[in-house]
Write a protein that binds this ligand. Structure first.
Ligand SMILES: [Zn+2]
Length: 278
């Protein structure tokens, strides 16, 4: 094999890492620690946005053993002592209720459920592949809320909000908040952008709808906090306990950069799952 072929891979990797460093920056210790999960299931799906029950349990065990605790979003945004973590369940799948909920209870953890209002109790429309996944019902959401889980809005229909008209955008932001509050009889204070995608207009709509903050998939800049685009790290099927350790401790910087960039790349592709609707 010619020598340049052997050298090109580490070269491209190094360029990618340097690009990450200058584009997103060294993480500030002030950034809230937030992990995001999608499906907890032993049935595979094509996007890789799932974790097995065994894997999820081992992550929770790791967090518990290492002294981490969960809490409410508002508490964590104030107290960033380093041993608090937010655990998000994007799209609020039924398997989170069936598989993750008992595990979380066992470890005394709570999390943040992010239902898509029009899909509560229904099957999703965007997963291609062999298995279709159901979303939690209203009753499941209420039961978990009573156990201390927090519920926030993940829009009405999970579309790329940047591409919508002003009216549609209002339905997805203010409309989903109002509907969720009616269904669950609780205040809905935070929002999550579908696919982590937003722009200035989308952010403004979220602020105008009365939310106290919003979450994206990753921080635009790791060295400062944008209350209306707080980043999280998504856990994928390929992530080992070692990956979790690097993500949660955010060190050493070289490995954190690797993890953060890896997640951003996988997340970048997730937007295409919304384009093809079956
Ligand atoms: Zn989502």
């Amino acid at each position: 094999m010619p020598i340049y072929l052997i050298l090109i891979i580490p070269f491209l990797y190094a360029v990618g890492w340097i690009y990450w460093y200058f584009r997103h920056g060294k993480p500030s210790s002030e950034l809230p620690k937030a992990l995001s999960f999608h499906k907890i299931t032993d049935l595979p799906e094509l996007g890789g946005t799932f974790n097995t029950t065994y894997q999820f349990e081992s992550y929770m065990k790791f967090l518990k053993r290492n002294g981490y605790a969960t809490g409410k979003i508002s508490e964590l945004l104030k107290d960033r002592s380093g041993k608090k973590v937010l655990i998000f369940f994007d799209d609020a799948y039924e398997n989170v209720y069936l598989k993750a909920f008992p595990i979380m209870k066992k470890f005394g953890f709570t999390g943040v459920l992010c239902p898509i209002v029009d899909y509560i109790g229904r099957e999703n429309q965007w997963d291609r592949g062999i298995n279709r996944f159901k979303h939690m019902t209203r009753e499941m959401l209420i039961e978990m809320k009573e156990e201390g889980f927090e519920i926030i809005s993940h829009s009405s229909s999970h579309r790329d909000l940047r591409k919508l008209t002003d009216g549609e955008l209002e339905t997805e932001t203010a409309g989903s908040k109002k509907k969720l509050e009616e269904i669950l009889l609780t205040e809905i204070d935070y929002f999550i952008y579908p696919f982590g995608l937003y722009d200035k207009r989308v952010k403004r709509a979220v602020k105008n709808a009365g939310y106290k903050g919003a979450f994206a998939s990753y921080n635009e800049k790791n060295n400062r906090i944008d209350r209306f685009a707080i980043g999280r790290n998504t856990m994928y099927i390929i992530d080992t306990l070692f990956d979790l350790k690097i993500i949660i401790e955010r060190k050493p910087l070289f490995l954190f950069g690797h993890e953060d960039q890896k997640g951003r790349i996988i997340n970048w592709f997730s937007r295409f799952s919304g384009v093809i609707k079956i």
